[in-house]
Unconditional design. Structure first.
Ligand SMILES: [Zn+2]
Ligand SMILES: [Zn+2]
Lengths: 242, 199
């Protein structure tokens, strides 16, 4: 049976039989992969905590007909373990991992999604920014990579240079006076500025933003995400916000 | 697919945790060939467990009365509460004979991805027990995996506000194993939980 080796981040796990686990991972070169970790739930398992959500591992598997099987795993980054000690960061990490699971496909490589995920988890583990901001930055960028880039400055419909006052999720973000569909929202200009900063990675602006705008921004980001995902994201409602 | 009753049994068995379609089929045919007495005993055990066993109103452990055996025992120290995920963890800790306090069974661990939040566990019941003032220490013994760790982080964050001592079961190296085979996380935690050796 063919063996392969890859750089992988564990997205989630499911219990299987007595002591096994199905491990869903995003790999750097072969997209999402589902593999069985035999005996991982035993306390003496040689895999230990390596195959848990948020861990980055150098993985070796052999291909199976339905599921692959993990034969070796070496830890590259223990992000998941660090994050689990801080409840707020951990709830944000779950939303990141669940979103990634929903936006990626098995055997469809997406190196950009891999780097985004790695960056978000590393940032949560480091604790350099407020976890809610890291989450929203990740969600906006992951949606952009998936082809659903929101616009926070120019009109999402006609491209008319902004900033514009009106905002419409279904239309794709900021909309000009002409394009504005009825029922569009009018978020605070500071909120749109924050979201634009999160999308482009301008952390100086994001870190300096006010709590009120962060809250409004999270609401708009969540609405954007739900608009594009068919099913509700389970973890989003459990995220502890500042 | 099999005829009616056999397929119904396979379907029901297949809904049990850890039982795949192949195992379900194997168990079903084992039962078909078994003595009627053996099957009757199994049926009785299943009916009895649903009729007699319930959950302790205080700690959430399995019980055959209002209170479980441990909560009803006056010799158990009421100032110590050990928090675990499942009733089977109570059994595991009881086997050590190390712990003389009482338990609190959460009914799982927090897992946002699976839709399990703090309100889905018996956390409010735990808080209520602590308000009485008799509890001095809460020992968190959730599973030594990331969900268990995060649940412990959540509990310690909110329990500290109630001014009780919160401790976490040390997660260290498996006894009987070789150090070189321990993974980095286990080894790291073992370092954190190191203790002074009495000279
Ligand atoms: Zn326009
Ligand atoms: Zn009890």
């Amino acid at each position: 049976m063919p063996l392969y080796r890859d750089d992988a981040i564990v997205l989630r796990t499911h219990k299987l039989a007595e002591a096994d686990r199905i491990v869903t991972m995003l790999t750097r070169t072969r997209g999402k992969v589902r593999a069985v970790g035999r005996g991982v739930r035993r306390t003496k398992s040689r895999f230990g905590a390596r195959l848990e959500p948020g861990m980055r591992v150098d993985i070796q598997c052999y291909e199976g007909r339905n599921l692959d099987t993990v034969t070796q795993a070496e830890t590259l980054d223990t992000w998941g373990d660090v994050i689990a000690r801080d409840y707020t960061s951990w709830t944000a990490a779950h939303a990141v991992l669940e979103t990634c699971d929903r936006l990626t496909e098995e055997h469809e490589p997406s190196v950009q999604q891999f780097h985004l995920l790695a960056g978000a988890l590393a940032s949560l583990a480091e604790g350099a920014h407020e976890p809610g901001l890291v989450l929203d930055a990740y969600l906006l960028r992951a949606l952009a990579v998936a082809g659903w880039a929101p616009s926070f400055v120019d009109c999402a419909r006609c491209g008319d240079p902004g900033p514009h006052r009106a905002f419409n999720i279904a239309a794709g973000g900021s909309v000009c006076r002409v394009c504005r569909p009825p029922g569009s929202a009018a978020p605070a200009p500071e909120t749109l500025e924050l979201l634009a900063a999160l999308l482009t990675g301008d952390w100086a602006v994001a870190d300096g933003s006010g709590l009120r705008y962060r809250r409004e921004g999270s609401g708009l980001t969540a609405a954007f995400l739900q608009w594009h995902l068919e099913r509700q994201l389970r973890s989003l409602s459990f995220v502890e916000r500042a | 697919m099999y005829e009616g009753a056999v397929q119904d049994l396979i379907d029901e068995l297949g809904r049990l945790p850890g039982v795949g379609p192949k195992s379900a089929q194997r168990i079903a045919f084992h039962l078909l060939q078994a003595d009627s007495d053996d099957v009757d005993r199994l049926v009785t055990a299943l009916t009895e467990v649903k009729a007699r066993v319930r959950f302790c109103t205080v700690c959430g452990n399995v019980a055959e009365a209002e209170l479980c055996r441990i909560c009803a025992d006056p010799r158990r120290d009421p100032s110590l509460i050990c928090v675990v995920e499942e009733p089977k963890d109570v059994v595991a800790i009881e086997r050590t004979r190390e712990f003389k306090g009482r338990y609190h069974v959460l009914g799982g661990a927090i897992s946002p991805m699976d839709g399990v939040g703090p309100n889905d566990l018996r956390i409010k019941e735990l808080m209520t027990r602590l308000l009485g003032g008799t509890v001095e220490e809460v020992i968190i013994a959730t599973d030594p995996n990331l969900e268990g760790e995060a649940t412990a982080a959540y509990l310690s964050k909110y329990l500290r506000e109630l001014h009780v001592r919160v401790t976490r079961l040390a997660s260290g190296l498996p006894v009987g194993g070789d150090l070189e085979y321990a993974d980095e996380v286990t080894l790291g935690r073992a370092f954190e939980g190191r203790r002074l050796i009495d000279a």
